[in-house]
Design a protein around this ligand. Structure first.
Ligand SMILES: Nc1ncnc2c1ncn2[C@@H]1O[C@H](COP(=O)(O)OP(=O)(O)OP(=O)(O)O)[C@@H](O)[C@H]1O
Ligand SMILES: [Mg+2]
Length: 298
């Protein structure tokens, strides 16, 4: 549904994108991660035809985004990083205006606006001026604006930035609710978000793709945590290292970090018989650490 190949963009001396490739299949929800300045917004704006690449190509549904014979933009709903929605107009009027400029025929606009209000949970504030709403509600208006013409592709640039934790959870739930019949790519700095919503993660760093994997895959294989009383740590370490299936083990604070698959846990428990085993648990995937490792900020 989305495909880019060899995509590069330079701003004067700054190489914002250094030739990237990725594709997003229909129905996927991709979390587009990267530190500040990684090139996320640049990539998303190229997909929208708002920025021209210096090299490479981008396709939406196999149409080049700069295809003059087709309005590829009509396939996309876009939530910009900062959306300048006029403050005085009511939510409903604003959405009606967007429906009109998106080219929806007059007879379909009302139903489209009602549907977008409903899907984004905006009915209670539909007749209030956008400027009076909380940031969370304003973000919903931005998302409603992106979906009002029912595009198959949604591009959301930092949909939860600046929101409090409750509002974030709500926006995540909204993205999830929108996902079954759409292809979604959303950028974020918040790793928990990507875990909670995305089926796949693409990590961008200094204009390069440094990871592109299923969200679950990035988090797998983090090892096991073993805790015994301090006085027994050295003994435990020696025994654990001798177990088949353990590829490494080291002290991590008051516990041991054992490189092994979860299936090795029973063998570890047996090997530690006679010691006081306080904890033996799989280490939950830490996207944060993975991210720091891949982006060299560890
Ligand atoms: N219009 C522009 N003119 C000059 N340089 C630009 C322009 N837009 C982006 N850049 C530069 O390109 C690089 C990538 O910027 P981009 O906005 O794509 O990053 P980002 O990943 O979206 O960052 P953030 O997380 O801060 O939103 C940065 O070094 C940025 O300074
Ligand atoms: Mg950005």
């Amino acid at each position: 549904m989305i495909r880019v190949s060899g995509l590069a963009r330079r701003y004067g001396e700054v190489q914002a994108l250094g030739g990237i490739d990725f594709s997003v299949a229909r129905g996927e929800v991709v979390g587009f991660l990267g530190p500040n300045g990684a090139g996320k917004t640049t990539t998303l704006r190229i997909l929208l035809g708002l920025v021209a690449p210096s090299a490479g190509r981008a396709f939406i549904d196999e149409h080049p985004v700069d295809d003059p014979r087709r309005d590829v933009r009509a396939l996309i709903g876009y939530l910009p990083e900062t959306s300048p929605i006029p403050g005085e107009v009511s939510v409903r009027r604003h959405l009606a205006f967007v429906a009109r400029i998106q080219g929806l025929p007059r007879g379909r606009r009302r139903a489209a606006v009602d549907a977008a209000l409903g899907r984004c949970g905006l009915e209670p504030v539909a007749d209030r001026p956008v400027g009076q709403l909380s940031k969370g509600y304003r973000q919903r208006v931005g998302i409603a604006q992106a979906i009002v013409h029912e595009p198959p592709v949604l591009i959301l640039d930092e949909p939860t930035s600046g929101l409090d934790p409750n509002q974030r959870v709500e926006i995540r739930a909204l993205i999830r609710a929108l996902s079954p019949d759409r292809t979604i790519i959303f950028s974020s700095h918040v790793l928990a978000e990507v875990e909670a919503v995305a089926t796949r993660v693409i990590i961008l760093h200094r204009g390069q793709v440094v990871a592109d994997a299923p969200a679950a895959g990035l988090l797998a294989g983090q090892g096991l945590r073993v805790r015994v009383p301090d006085a027994q740590l050295d003994a435990a370490l020696a025994r654990v290292r001798a177990i088949e299936g353990v590829t490494g083990a080291h002290r991590a604070g008051e516990a041991l970090h054992v490189d092994a698959a979860p299936a090795v846990a029973p063998a570890i428990a047996r090997a530690l018989e006679g010691l006081d085993l306080l904890e033996l648990s799989p280490i939950r995937g830490d996207l944060e650490a993975t991210f720091r490792r891949l982006t060299g900020a560890a």
